[in-house]
Write a protein that binds this ligand. Structure first.
Ligand code: ADP
Ligand code: ADP
Ligand code: ZN
Length: 215
């Protein structure tokens, strides 16, 4: 199974991808996570991407498509893939088709998480993750069961992303509207798109996704 989760920053792609990983043993392929790891390790890709990400603009298609190819090659051929934050442009969507075909894979679902833009700034500015296992949280919407302790791994260290501030979020939303939303019609024409209400409670969003991938 190969699934794309599509939606603007804060739509819930990462949250839902983590749940699919836990329930179905799939792999989450997040280009944002891969790029942040490259920035941290100060690789050539990371050095190139850092400033672009801080501005909320898109990193080059060549860089992210190469990362996706490498990540797919590093996983078992029978493991399902959840694409989170990729593709984000028409060029990336084209590359993904070739990348998948070359590996005997094809897309099963493109799941669009539909959200009100007004809610996104609050979601993003309240977002944080476990510094150890990466589990996502929110100041208001999803706090750890024991305050200050990660539900999943018990770590007491958390982190926030430097680009999760209101100004950068506005740029990221504009990038989504201008460059990413236009890839939907192509997938619609192929009958791949299902729309899920991303404003619903997290568990309801998960249930809706589960229903549609079970078909
Ligand atoms: P994305 O990966 O699409 O940028 P995330 O999954 O990181 O989005 O979600 C952004 C923030 O909003 C996180 O802090 C997450 O806990 C919270 N969140 C995700 N889904 C929902 C939801 N359905 N309702 C309320 N908050 C949510
Ligand atoms: P979010 O889901 O909150 O929008 P991501 O973690 O997916 O954030 O991405 C963070 C940043 O990394 C983006 O603003 C962009 O600079 C870069 N990035 C991630 N994925 C891509 C991609 N597929 N193409 C270009 N840039 C990307
Ligand atoms: Zn943790």
């Amino acid at each position: 199974m190969n699934i794309i989760l599509l939606g603007p920053p804060g739509a819930g792609k990462g949250t839902q991808a983590q749940r699919l990983v836990e329930r179905h043993g799939m792999r989450q392929l997040s280009t944002g996570d891969m790029l942040r790891a490259a920035v941290k390790a100060e690789t050539p890709v990371g050095l190139q991407a850092k400033a672009v990400m801080e501005r909320g603009e898109l990193v080059s298609d060549e860089i992210v498509s190469a990362l996706i190819g490498e990540e797919l090659d590093a996983m078992g051929a029978d493991v399902g893939a959840i694409f989170d934050g990729y593709p984000r442009t028409e060029a990336q969507a084209g590359s993904l088709d070739s990348i998948l075909a070359a590996r005997g894979r094809s897309l099963d679902h493109v799941i669009e998480l539909a959200v009100d833009e007004d809610a996104l700034v609050e979601r993003i500015t309240g977002r944080y993750t476990c510094a150890s296992c990466g589990k996502g949280y929110h100041d208001t919407f999803e706090q750890p069961r024991v305050p200050g302790t990660c539900d999943k791994c018990g770590s007491t260290e958390f982190k926030r992303r430097p680009d999760d501030n209101e100004e950068t979020v506005r740029t990221r939303m504009a990038e989504y509207r201008a460059k990413t939303a236009p890839i939907l019609p192509g997938y619609e024409a192929r009958g791949l798109v299902s729309r899920v209400d991303g404003m619903a409670d997290m568990d309801d969003v998960t249930a809706a996704i589960e229903r549609l991938i079970a078909d």
